[in-house]
Design a protein around this ligand. Sequence first.
Ligand code: DGJ
Length: 728
Amino acid sequence: MITYNDAQKKFHIGNGIISYTISIQEELFAAHTYFGRYLTDGGDSTLPFPEWSTGPNPSQVKGRHFSLNTLPQEYPGHANGDYRESAFSIEYSDGSFASQFTYVDYEIIQGKPELDGLPQTRGGNENTETLIVTLHEERSNLFIELYYTIFETHPVMTRSTRLVNKGSEQVSINKLMSLSVDTLTSELELIQLPGSWARERSIVRHPLHRGVTKIDSKRGTTHHSYQPFLGLVSPQADEHSGDVYGFHFVYSGEFAAQVEVDEYDQTRIQMGINPEHFKWQLNSGEEFQTPEAVMVFSSEGLNGMSQALHSFYQSHLVRTDYQWKERPILINNWEATYFDFTEDKLLELAYEAKQLGIECVVLDDGWFGHRDDDTSSLGDWQVDSRKLPNGLGSLSEKIHEMGMLFGLWLEPEMISVDSELYNKHPDWVLKAKGRDPSRAREQLMLDYSKPEVRDYIVSTIDKLLNEVPVDYIKWDYNRNMTEHGTLSTDYMDGEVMHRNILGLYDVLDKLTTSYPSILWESCSGGGGRYDLGLLYYMPQTWASDNTDAVSRLSIQYGTSLVFPVSSMGAHVSDVPNHQVGRSTSLKMRHHVSMSGLLGYELDLSTLSAEEKSEVKKEIDWYKANRSLIQFGEFTRLLSPFNGKNEAAWTFTNKEKTQCIFFYFQILAEANDWFKTVKLKGLDENKRYVLEGTEQYYFGDELMYKGIVLDPMLKSDFSSRRLVFKAVK
Ligand code: DGJ
């Protein structure tokens, strides 16, 4: 899949679906020449160069035609005549920061080398190949290794960077991006997924403009405000057609993702650890490995990109026993009781849940220490016997006896100031020396860069899990970092945020490897830390604290741009909704939640007999269809972001013999008329029956003529579910 043409000094990374090409210019510089749809042999042409360039000319090249300021590069340097954003910045021991790296070597290896201590995509059973391009600076004897891995059957590549110090001096890394890609054009539009608490991942699209557009996190971890993802699309691209390039970071810490359009209207895309708070001392003989970034290309529009990513993450990133296992339907007590529960109340909820067919009871925040609100006890992971006098083990046992699974909430990266743990170890927190940390929820972050903190957390959770049978863990995280720093004297503050994330990965690796049969779900004030780094350890994420069905249409639609449905927690909650005060129909709440990992989050005893029977029916339906919903092909049809008051999507199986269609109308219109929706991804030649009717359609008819929905949706917040099955 990876070839090197010595005569042309050209690398081609290609798998018949995508191509990525690099050419070595003037025998010294790794130039980027193409990324996109597969090209025979990676293309035959060479980069065009003008006879004369206004930019500075590197000393090694004769003539004024060649300048790094215009060369599309694989890994552009710093203070070397390229005035665009650099991919790295290194400070040398004498205080200098100009670098002059040049290409020296390459290696092509079978498979995908492991990244030590970082989450990463795996080759799995698939044929993968990796190209390593090495750049070197003579003066410092530093080496930069660029890693490119291609997968045989996916339109996807991964990239990462390693800096190796073979010199005799310590250097300081101020910036080391995982990925940098230059294109010759800026006729592209940028798609990003910004949000906020309870408004996660809206799809925002805008043309590129001159200068730098940057999204990032300076909060210690990823956050609701931006997803570490950049999409670049041709202006004509839509959900179903057109060229789409995606760049997605496998990291949970502070990131930067940016696009620069330069003076020649060329575009530079970069992604990596955010340099804002980052500074890493690299001693002689040491190396630094960046996290990896995923690159994807589709010529079939945004759905094409999303489906490629869903399938890739599901098969190459997600792990634990739940990778392909159907996810249980759960009831979470958070919106049902908040902090105010007793064992009896929980058992009553469990009993009601069992009657309806729910499979797992999750005990959320408030079961430990003396936590009656969010101001205390994080770190004291011992049961609160005021609320659970018989202990957690007894509750778990009783729930298991009812034939259900038992799940538990934890927030293990945090420590409340009002806690025994803080009294004992005030030095275990992340904070800048001599500064008072800002408070959020009266809690501070534990310093996971410290081995003793990690050991304490792993052994505490280990002990808990040995005493109490737990089948599911919700791993929450509810504050952002401030006053970045560490009380450790072993390293400088600039290293602590990355070291903290590496510490988190170490803890998660130990726990999820020791307990692969537990269903791990990540959460951060809802979907604040929905990222690929955590998805590697925990196969699902609580998508948002906003459980309103209308809000969820947009949140889940946006989330699906990059994340598979099998990762998306979605619960039916009470009305009026606790976040927005809206009352939506039970049917619509079900249809929205069952478009993800269905769960419930309300006091089931308040439902009427009629509502309970509806819930039971929906649960039975979901159980029969969840394998298709959780692991089938998801296609977005109508966007809630286009202001048309509706949304629609489908789930289709691999054989294209079954398709579940959901349509949502937000507000009813007077005198409304028929609506036509064209389905996608079916077999043109198959004949389908609409379940529950004698109505038959050919696949081409469903896709090119569409289905006609009659104007019977006569109330706000209505929805439809139609199931098409192929007949012989
Ligand atoms: C934030 C989560 O998103 C909620 O679901 C809930 O678990 C609370 N934390 C508990 O404090």
